[in-house]
Ligand binder design. Structure first.
Ligand SMILES: Cc1cc2nc3c(=O)[nH]c(=O)nc-3n(C[C@H](O)[C@H](O)[C@H](O)COP(=O)(O)OP(=O)(O)OC[C@H]3O[C@@H](n4cnc5c(N)ncnc54)[C@H](O)[C@@H]3O)c2cc1C
Length: 237
């Protein structure tokens, strides 16, 4: 998977400061910037001011299983490579649980081969891409551009960096969070899975992080490259 920040609102924290300031001030906010005010509005849940800044990511080489999960986030904007108008090359994601199991890996690769052989055969029989694609698996790779505002990103990160989220979307969300923290550290301070941020898992006691105790999310996400996050999220230590 490759995650790249394409663009973001310039000076995102200044824009949020200005939006927050104008609510309670009659003075010019043109040069206003205050980290304290950002922390205050976030702490009080006045989160609409975060909607003035957005981040656009290029996401490449993720499975269609992941993109199904991603597009459930209704406040984000998506542009996804079409399987109707482009030919889908034989590129797919193999889950780590399958990679680590020789017999399962053999079965998986066999059916991947079959899927693409039938896909190509159907097309050579005159079936259009848009219909031939019905034989392609959830594992097939897709590319997309996704844009979210900072409010939605914080919500997305709370759900998708959690160990309850599947490993692939968790890896994607974690890489995005690392990038956001670098670009706007105050806006994305204390952002991450609920149990790390609040010490309480919104999903109950099944969360993998409980055994790790309370850990600073900034410490967890300080790495520039989070690397592979297998089925069980790696230890922040
Ligand atoms: C661990 C996990 C397991 C999941 N399992 C399943 C599953 O088994 N089956 C399944 O179908 N889905 C599943 N989902 C998807 C989940 O139900 C949500 O669709 C997805 O996480 C998007 O979350 P959201 O609706 O909060 O966020 P967004 O769509 O990004 O919306 C953000 C917020 O805006 C508000 N909002 C948006 N639209 C509306 C609206 N129409 N009305 C009122 N408020 C709105 C809500 O406050 C919402 O939280 C799972 C998600 C996770 C993280």
């Amino acid at each position: 998977m490759r995650i790249q920040l394409l663009t973001h609102t310039p000076q995102p924290e200044k824009v949020v400061s200005q939006a927050a300031r104008i609510c309670t001030s009659t003075r010019s906010v043109e040069n206003f910037y205050s980290e304290d005010l950002i922390r205050k509005v976030i702490g009080r849940g006045h989160l609409s001011v975060l909607e003035h800044v957005s981040f656009s990511f290029l996401v490449e080489g993720v499975s269609r299983a992941l993109s199904h999960q991603l597009v459930r986030h209704r406040l984000a904007s998506f542009s996804q490579q079409s399987q109707r108008y482009t030919t889908t090359g034989k590129n797919f994601t193999t889950p780590h649980s399958i990679q680590d199991n020789t017999k399962a890996c053999f079965e998986f690769n066999r059916i991947m081969d079959d899927c693409w052989v039938v896909y190509e055969n159907l097309k050579s029989l005159g079936i259009p891409d848009e219909d031939a694609r019905y034989v392609l698996p959830n594992a097939a790779h897709t590319n997309l551009v996704v844009t979210m505002n900072a409010r939605e990103l914080r919500h997305f990160f709370s759900l998708r960096t959690c160990s309850h989220a599947q490993w692939e979307i968790r890896e994607m969300a974690t890489q995005m969070l690392v990038i956001c923290k670098r670009k706007a550290p105050v806006l994305f301070e204390n952002v991450g899975p609920g149990c790390l941020v609040n010490g309480v898992c919104p999903e109950g006691n099944a969360c993998n992080f409980h055994s790790l105790g309370r850990i600073s999310p900034d410490r967890h996400f300080r790495s520039e490259s989070p690397g592979r996050l297998p089925g069980k999220i790696r230890s922040p230590g």
